[in-house]
Design a protein around this ligand. Sequence first.
Ligand SMILES: Nc1ncnc2c1ncn2[C@@H]1O[C@H](COP(=O)(O)OP(=O)(O)OP(=O)(O)O)[C@@H](O)[C@H]1O
Ligand SMILES: [Mg+2]
Length: 298
Amino acid sequence: MKVVTFLSVKGGVGKTTLTVNTANELATKIGGSDKVLIIDLDAQAGASVYLLGYDQQQALEKQNQTIHELLDKTINNQDPNISKYIINPYKTNPSSGWSPRLDIIVGDSRIIDLEREIISRSAAKGFGWSLILYQLLTKLSQLNYSFIFIDPPATLGALSRMALGASNYFLIPLIPDDFGRVTVGMFTKDFFNQAFYEIALAGRQDRPLCGGIVFNKIKTSTHAKIADEIADEICGKKLYDKYSIPVYKTKLYDRIAYVKSLEEHKPLYKIGDKKAEEEFQSFFDEFYDYVVRDKAKG
Ligand SMILES: Nc1ncnc2c1ncn2[C@@H]1O[C@H](COP(=O)(O)OP(=O)(O)OP(=O)(O)O)[C@@H](O)[C@H]1O
Ligand SMILES: [Mg+2]
């Protein structure tokens, strides 16, 4: 079981879009009884709305069939029946194009309150909170998920750190503008060393590795130029002074097909934009090499 998180300091860079489409693509490719799961950790529940539509996400939130109750029970040492919280979008809408092997644990706006509670309750107990999700995921290991994608909120608060604490790989989607440069600076300076220190103090031995930096929503020639400059800057930098930080060669351009895919609650490949599809496939091939085949470890 591999756990993957697209992380960013800035909102709207494409975390949810890339999570949902990458998870779906992987789910269509795997065989046997293997499956892929998305865990929606964002109060906006973007991944859940993308896959299921607004009405169904809201209904599940009302029925407490979301990550909120699942995490709440976990924190309060009750043993949750995890299968109650696993939703299969294909079952609701087979014509949407989502893989039958793709499941989701739905997001909930109340996760913000839970985040606050987790921090205040564990303030006296050090960094244990950063592994709450990691521990929950070990319970999922009997359920045939070969990949779990966590969709975190923007910002690097407690929920994103919990996601990092549970991940084998994190990826960084970036819009290559001047904000993007600032983001790269943050990530390559102290953030990961500090986050890893917390994770290690909490008791996890291995470290989350970088599955890559991906340029998304490129609109102008300046964006493309900044992307190349950032790639040059990253080249030669090492994560934890040891592991490579892959920069994807594929640049994802700003394409209306992504917006339609969200509006229609369908995967990108169902929208019928050949250029966007080819670009995404080329990104996915790199993802497959770095993360699925573990080339990023080298
Ligand atoms: N390559 C792209 N071209 C055009 N639009 C895109 C592209 N990637 C994402 N988008 C659009 O940008 C918006 C934000 O994307 P998304 O929700 O995936 O970002 P996010 O990082 O998850 O945001 P948040 O921080 O709010 O969770 C959405 O409307 C999405 O459809
Ligand atoms: Mg999002």
